[in-house]
Design a protein around this ligand. Structure first.
Ligand code: NDP
Ligand code: 8X3
Length: 250
């Protein structure tokens, strides 16, 4: 990873934050993205390496393209794009769920990921190399009660990844996705709109993955030889069998 340029969306928290630290240790140059500028600045200080900070909302198509355009020329040749930004909003049946929550998930997790990909691709195509790693989820492999739209958004990430790999196959650009199970981050706090007690319960007795464990797996995907593509990596806490079968400690 030495001197490779790695762009991470959703770097201000959780998996993105840990991935930034992991890739910084491996010697990468980092483009760190998220909406919270103060968190981006704190992360840049923390990793202490060569960084560029881009504060934008992935749902804002114009802002996405302007952010990529604003990079200095020697930072535009991105080697690895890690499409990590995303969240769940709410956990409700379709009949009572909020349409605003649905829009936040579809616009961010799906359309936002597509915009960032589209904005980064021209440089990779010109360089005839590059790698795109998307954050899917076990929720995109199986649907669970009250998760229909979040699960749909992650199923879309799975299928977009597969289609992208087909389209970019002649161009030598590697494409894969990682699909974690439960990872203890700010994810459930965001899902439950700041209800920390409810968020904590999600991870009780499950020995959830840490963001660092997921970051190590992402680093593995990026460090295999260029002739190898890790196309689809599902990573679960051992106590989790699938999206809804969990062996929780009493
Ligand atoms: P966090 O809530 O800790 O982090 C989410 C990150 O995404 C933040 O940095 C946030 O930054 C960014 N983000 C969210 N919405 C937007 C937006 N509209 N524009 C720009 N950035 C955005 O959650 P995780 O680290 O757990 O989640 C990271 C990814 O991993 C997500 O795609 C999630 O779906 C996926 N995932 C998580 C699992 C888990 O159990 N935690 C399991 C499987 C997958 P900011 O608010 O500063 O914009
Ligand atoms: C996050 C994992 O099971 O909370 O994608 O939806 S889950």
């Amino acid at each position: 990873m030495k001197n490779k340029i790695v762009l991470i969306t959703g770097a201000t928290s959780g998996i993105g934050w840990a991935t930034a630290q992991t890739f910084a240790k491996a010697g990468a140059r980092l483009i760190l993205c998220g909406r919270r500028t103060e968190k981006l600045e704190a992360l840049a200080k923390d990793v202490g390496t060569n960084t560029q900070l881009l504060a934008f909302d992935v749902r804002d198509k114009v802002a996405v393209f302007e952010a990529m355009e604003s990079l200095p020329p020697d930072w535009k040749k991105i080697d690895v794009l890690i499409n990590n930004a995303g969240n769940a909003h709410g956990l409700d049946p379709v009949q009572t769920a909020s349409i605003e929550d649905w829009e936040a998930m579809i616009d961010g997790n799906v359309k936002g990921l597509m915009y960032v990909t589209k904005a980064v691709l021209p440089q990779m195509i010109a360089a005839k190399k590059g790698q795109i790693i998307n954050l899917g989820s076990i929720a995109g492999k199986e649907v669970y009660p009250n998760g229909s739209v979040y699960c749909s958004s992650k199923a879309a990430v799975d299928f977009f990844t597969r289609g992208l790999r087909i389209d970019l196959n002649p161009l030598g650009i590697r494409v894969g996705a990682i699909h974690p199970g439960l990872v203890e981050t700010e994810f459930s706090e965001v899902r439950f709109k700041g209800d920390q007690d409810r968020a904590k319960k999600v991870y009780e007795g499950i020995e959830a993955l840490t963001a660092e464990e997921v970051a190590d797996a992402i680093r593995y995907m990026a460090e295999v030889p260029e002739k190898v593509t890790i196309a689809d990596l599902v990573i679960l806490p051992t106590r989790q069998a699938n999206a809804y079968v969990n062996n929780r400690k009493a």
